[in-house]
Design a binder for this molecule. Structure first.
Ligand code: AMP
Length: 376
């Protein structure tokens, strides 16, 4: 693979906060960044050299976009397959489009995991009333999830009887879905790993993650799990980077069951919300690792300089007045990251805080205090 050196131009498909933090890392290292999405004045566009706003389906614009850059990556895995294929005709695309294809669809992803022997939550494909009638009675408490375009718990319904499942499926407009057993987990954790085109891999310390209403709320690293759990989660992440032949970052989200088994919940073939704390806490951030991998450069060190915790700032916090930034910033070990979004809608990720401390517990406590300060 050719090396894409500083001074070159990187194209990012998608324009949200992940693209923004990637673009900041890339510009710091002297790259130019172009972003492509249907939006204008986007979080990525605000810090990129060029913002193209056009539909993903406009393949002529995608061709022009790809022709103007040295390598294309993405920050949003629901980019249509035809968009990634078109980009690949005119530029190097990292990671390759088939990684997107597998991971942008829950059913394909879970089927891939099961077929390759990775530990995954019990599930059934739902494509018809018959599938639903056949699957629900054998499940007990379950979650019905849309197979495509799901994130942050969107398009998910908890169901414990056939009538409930039928009503939920109606609400999903009878789209292809996955019925999944509810896991009575002890904790959730994730591992962010990265693989270069030569096959070299690096892994960040696992984060312990807490979700509220299906959305990540707080991540803490290093996580308090046993060495065995950490080693197994890291080994599974390595196996997935290799099986999927990823060049770039992959995040694997796990449930840790009460009997200490790891089950994979979800894969993200890109930097992930639970890895944001690497910006302030590690020698190399997950965004810089993505940059290094897609450009064919050696990977950086993932060493953690200090234990850290990250708390998301959702639009709900804006309420009647602007959050009290000065009170939070009076805490010297707290860092503020805002994504440049002007409309603070409920549930919308507007930014995050990272706190570092002498221990993971101290960082978790500090980040929650810092977030509470924002409310005055
Ligand atoms: P997802 O969008 O599928 O990652 O789901 C978001 C969050 O919902 C997860 O991080 C869990 O907190 C919860 N969740 C999703 N699937 C399950 C499950 N099968 N059992 C228990 N909790 C789940």
């Amino acid at each position: 693979m050719k090396t894409v050196l500083p001074g070159s131009t990187i194209g990012v498909l998608g324009s949200g906060q992940l693209g923004r933090m990637f673009a900041i890392a890339a510009r710091r290292m002297g790259y130019r960044v172009h972003t492509y999405s249907p939006d204008r004045d986007s979080p990525t566009g605000q810090v990129a050299d060029v913002e193209v706003d056009a539909p993903y389906e406009d393949l002529d614009r995608v061709r022009d976009f790809a022709s103007a850059v040295d390598v294309v990556t993405f920050e949003f895995e629901n980019v249509p397959a035809a968009t990634a294929e078109t980009a690949a005709r005119y530029a190097l695309v990292r990671p390759a489009g088939d990684v997107l294809h597998t991971t942008q669809h829950r059913l394909r992803e879970k089927t891939f995991l099961r077929q390759h022997g990775f530990p995954v939550t019990r599930f059934e494909a739902i494509r018809s009333e018959e599938d639903l009638r056949g699957a629900v009675p054998g499940f007990g408490p379950a979650i019905l999830k849309t197979a495509g375009f799901g994130y942050d718990g969107k398009g998910q319904y908890r169901v414990s009887s056939l009538p409930e499942a039928e009503a939920a499926w109606q609400k999903m407009e009878r789209q292809e879905a996955v019925l999944e057993a509810v896991v009575d987990f002890e904790a959730e954790l994730s591992v962010v790993g990265v693989r270069s085109h030569t096959g070299a891999c690096a892994f960040f310390a696992p984060s312990a993650n807490e979700h509220v209403n299906g959305i990540l709320d707080v991540s803490v690293a290093p996580s308090p799990f046993s060495t065995e759990v950490t080693q197994e989660a890291t080994a599974i992440t390595r196996g997935l980077l290799e099986q999927l032949n990823v060049t770039g970052v992959l995040c694997v989200e796990f449930f840790l069951t009460r009997d200490s088994r790891l089950l994979i919940n979800e894969l993200a073939p890109r930097p992930h919300n639970s890895g944001h704390l690497t910006i302030d806490a590690c020698v190399t951030s997950q965004f810089e690792q993505q940059l290094r991998a897609v450009c064919g450069l050696p990977l950086g060190s993932t060493e953690m300089l200090r234990p850290a915790a990250m708390a998301n700032l959702l639009g709900d916090m804006w309420g009647v007045r602007e959050p009290d930034w000065a009170s939070t910033l009076a805490l010297p070990d707290v860092k503020l990251h805002l994504y440049g979004k002007t409309e603070p809608r409920p549930g919308r990720k507007m930014g995050h805080l990272t706190a570092t401390a002498a221990s993971p517990f101290g960082a978790a406590k500090l980040v929650r205090t810092a977030r509470a300060c924002l409310l005055g």
